[in-house]
Design a protein around this ligand. Structure first.
Ligand code: PMP
Length: 351
C-alpha cells in the first residue's frame, strides 16, 4: 500500500443497472420510460443553438424552477433543481443529515441511500419492511437524525398510504423527512399537499421516469422556503452551475406539456395492470406495485436462473443479490410490444 492511499476516502459505489450498447435488447432493467420525451422537447431541441453555450447558465435555473413551481402550485422559492434526483438527494443528505444521530430508512430500498450515508459519514439504521414488503410506520418513531424513504418504495413498488406518510412526518418534527417520489406519477398519492402543514418535509422528484428524460438528468426537491434556502446554501458552496443550458431549456418544454405527460403515464399504468394479470398466470407473485416496475418472484423457477435466461434472450431485467430479495426480479414496464415479447419467452421457458 502506498502512503497516500491511507488518506483516501474509501467508498463502495452504487452500481447502476447495465446500459447495453446493443439496441436490439429489450431493456426492462433501469425503470426508464419506454416512450420518447414529449414532442415539445424535440421541438425545443430543434430550435436550440450553440450560441448560449458560450455563457454560464443561470445558476438558479430560474425558468425551470418557475415551470416546476407552476405545475405544483408552489412558489419558485420552494423548488430546488438538480442533476437528476440523485444529485438532489445527495445534496439533501449533506445538508440536513448532520446531527450525528442515525438516519432511518427501510432495509429494502433504493440502494444509493446507504452509499451516500457512508460517503458523508452519516450514521444510519435500516428499518425492516414487514413480510408484505410494507414500511412499518411505528419503526420511525425512535430518536433519529432524519428519515428518508421512496414512495412508492423501490425496488418493491409498494406504496405507503398518505396517512402513514403524514404520521411519519408528524412524529419527526425535529428532523427533515425526505419522501423520494421518483415513481409517484404512476398511480401513487403525493405528499406535496402536506408541504403547507409541515416545514420538516422535503419531497424529491425526477424527470427521469414519468417525463422520459433520464438522459437529460433533471430532478428537484420541493419544500418550505427555509428548507430550500438551506439546500441552496450547500449547493452554492459546492458547484453553482449544476443545471446546464440544455437541461433548463428542455426541462421547461417537458414540464409544460401536460397532455403528453398524462398520455404516457396512463399508458404505462395500463400496461402495468395487464402485466400483473399475465405474470400471475405465469406463476409469479408480487406485492401490488404503484410504480413503473413489478418486483416478482416465481413459484418454482429461481430468480437468478431466470435473470440469466432472460438476459441470454436479450431481455434485460434487474436482479439484486441481497438478503431477503435474492429470489426476486425487478421488471420495468415497457411498451405493450416489449411486454408481449417478455410473456412469450416466459411462456416457452417456464413450460
Ligand atoms: N430515487 C429512486 C427511488 C430511484 O429508483 C432512482 C432511479 N435510480 C432515483 C431516485 C434517481 O433517479 P434520477 O437521478 O435519474 O432522478
Amino acid at each position: 500500500m502506498r502512503a497516500w492511499e491511507n488518506n483516501v476516502r474509501k467508498v463502495v459505489p452504487y452500481v447502476p443497472g447495465e446500459q447495453p450498447k446493443d439496441r436490439k435488447v429489450i431493456k426492462l432493467n433501469t425503470n426508464e420510460n419506454p416512450y420518447p420525451p414529449s414532442p415539445a422537447v424535440t421541438e425545443a431541441l430543434r430550435r436550440m443553438t450553440a450560441e448560449p453555450l458560450r455563457k454560464y447558465p443561470d445558476p438558479t435555473a430560474g425558468r425551470l424552477t418557475e415551470a416546476i413551481a407552476a405545475e405544483h402550485g408552489l412558489r419558485p422559492e420552494q423548488v430546488f433543481p438538480g442533476v437528476g434526483s440523485d444529485d438532489v438527494l445527495a445534496m439533501a443528505f449533506l445538508t440536513f443529515f448532520n446531527s450525528g444521530k442515525p438516519i432511518l430508512f427501510p432495509d429494502i430500498t433504493y440502494s444509493f441511500y446507504d452509499v451516500w450515508a457512508e460517503l458523508f459519514a452519516i450514521p444510519y439504521e435500516r428499518q425492516p419492511l414487514n413480510g408484505r414488503f410494507e414500511i412499518v410506520k411505528e419503526d420511525y418513531r425512535k430518536e433519529n437524525g432524519g428519515v428518508v424513504f421512496p414512495n412508492p418504495n423501490a425496488p418493491t413498488g409498494v406504496e405507503l398510504p398518505l396517512a402513514d406518510v403524514e404520521e411519519i412526518i408528524r412524529s419527526n418534527r425535529d428532523v427533515i423527512v425526505i419522501v423520494d417520489e421518483a415513481y409517484i406519477d404512476f398511480g401513487g398519492t403525493s405528499a406535496v399537499g402536506l408541504l403547507e402543514k409541515y416545514d420538516n418535509l422535503l419531497v424529491v422528484r425526477t424527470f427521469s421516469k414519468s417525463r422520459s428524460m433520464a438522459g437529460m438528468r433533471i430532478g428537484y426537491a420541493l419544500g418550505n422556503e427555509d428548507v430550500i434556502r438551506c439546500l441552496n446554501n450547500v449547493k452554492f458552496s459546492f458547484n453553482s452551475y449544476t443545471m446546464n443550458e440544455a437541461a433548463i431549456c428542455l426541462g421547461v418544454a417537458a414540464a409544460e406539456d401536460h397532455a403528453y405527460f398524462e398520455e404516457t403515464r396512463r399508458k404505462i399504468i395500463a400496461t402495468r395492470e395487464r402485466a400483473k394479470q399475465e405474470l400471475a398466470k405465469l406463476g409469479f407473485s408480487f406485492a401490488d406495485s404503484k410504480a413503473n416496475f413489478l418486483f416478482v418472484t416465481h413459484r418454482t423457477c429461481p430468480a437468478r436462473e431466470l435473470f440469466a435466461a432472460l438476459r441470454a434472450e436479450g431481455i434485460y431485467v434487474r436482479y439484486f443479490d441481497k438478503p431477503r430479495i435474492d429470489n426476486y426480479l425487478r421488471i420495468t414496464i415497457g411498451t405493450d410490444a416489449e411486454m408481449e415479447a417478455l410473456y412469450d419467452f416466459l411462456r416457452r421457458y417456464l413450460r
